[in-house]
Design a protein around this ligand. Structure first.
Ligand SMILES: Nc1ncnc2c1ncn2[C@@H]1O[C@H](COP(=O)(O)OP(=O)(O)O)[C@@H](O)[C@H]1O
Ligand SMILES: [Mg+2]
Length: 303
């Protein structure tokens, strides 16, 4: 199946610093894709590039296998910053203004979308009287009025109380089903994402260091090949250059974790030994997703 959204070696540099590096994000139709990463990881920058709000330094973005042309932006609804509303107008009036400005002909679209996000009771409340969670819902309603195929939400859970978080999560799952939407949502908290996402991409310092599917999220286990060696730097070089293995990290001094090459452990061992590395241990292990996330995002340097 061709992914609905695919970034290819997407890069964004500001002056000399890389904010997003060689990002290959794959979002499939119907996914609730959670883009996870601590503050500063590059999530917002990535979403802004996808939405055409900023230009990538290099790389490309594809929509169903074709370049994401401007005309396709209407297929996406989004909330990147806190949604702005006219505070003195009601929820319904705010959506009505949007309906007219966007040239959506159906007048009933306003009530339909207020209902869709569970705000029918609040239709005649002024925007300034709505709670943060309600404003978030109103923003989602507005972003869906032109019936996009994809919804992009940048940290929609930020600042919400626990009930608001639960409501938003349930709303997103519900919308995905009702509208057959694809949802791309960012967060810096794993616990919020893993309960709704069927796919998670972990970003760290501008790079996508892991992409996990439903089974891996649910099992919360990720398997890896653990290597204990006398020289982790030299081993890292050999893995990259000699064995073509890129998905690994130096976990701690003398210990590397490989997230690919499980079937090839014999060859890995042989190549390392041939090049003078002392392999003290080589074993397949599993780790919880949470442990992994905490560890990788608290590390200063990452391979
Ligand atoms: N316009 C900009 N100019 C320079 N640096 C920027 C700009 N926008 C973002 N950055 C930097 O890029 C990094 C990633 O930012 P961002 O994408 O907002 O991360 P996240 O959304 O994951 O918190 C941060 O270090 C931020 O300071
Ligand atoms: Mg951000």
């Amino acid at each position: 199946m061709i992914p609905i959204l695919q970034t290819r070696d997407l890069n964004k540099h500001y002056r000399n610093s890389a904010v997003v590096e060689n990002l290959n994000l794959t979002v499939r139709q119907g996914d609730i894709y959670g883009l996870l990463g601590q503050n500063g990881a590059g999530k917002t920058t990535t979403l802004r590039m996808i939405l055409g709000l900023i230009q990538p330094t290099s790389g490309s973005i594809e929509w169903l296998g074709n370049p994401l042309h401007r005309t396709l932006y209407s297929r996406i609804g989004s909330i990147i910053e806190t949604p702005g509303f006219y505070p003195h107008l009601t929820a319904a009036e705010n959506l009505e203004i949007h309906r007219r400005m966007s040239g959506i002909p159906e007048r009933e679209s306003v009530m339909e979308h207020l209902k869709l996000v569970g705000l029918q009771q609040a239709a005649h409340k002024k925007a300034k009287q709505l709670s943060l969670g309600m404003r978030q819902r109103l923003g989602i309603a507005r972003s869906l009025m032109h019936r996009p195929d994809m919804l992009i939400l940048d940290e929609p859970i930020n600042g919400l109380d626990p009930l608001g978080i639960k409501d938003t999560r349930e709303l997103i799952v519900d919308l995905q089903k009702k509208r057959e939407l694809t949802v791309l949502i960012s967060s810096h908290i794993l616990g919020e994402i893993e309960l709704m996402a069927n796919r998670i991409g972990i970003m760290h310092k501008g790079r996508l260091i892991e992409q996990l599917d439903y089974e891996e999220i649910q099992g919360k286990n990720r398997h890896y090949l653990e290597l204990k060696v006398n020289d982790d730097q030299q081993t890292a070089v050999l893995l990259e250059r000699q064995l073509g293995i890129h998905r690994f990290q130096v976990w701690e001094k003398g210990v590397l974790r490989l997230y690919e090459g499980f079937d090839n452990s014999g060859e890995i061992n042989r190549q390392l030994v041939v090049h003078g590395i002392e392999v003290k241990e080589l074993a397949i292990r599993a780790d919880s997703l949470e442990d992994f996330f905490i560890h990788v995002t608290s590390q200063k340097e990452l391979n």
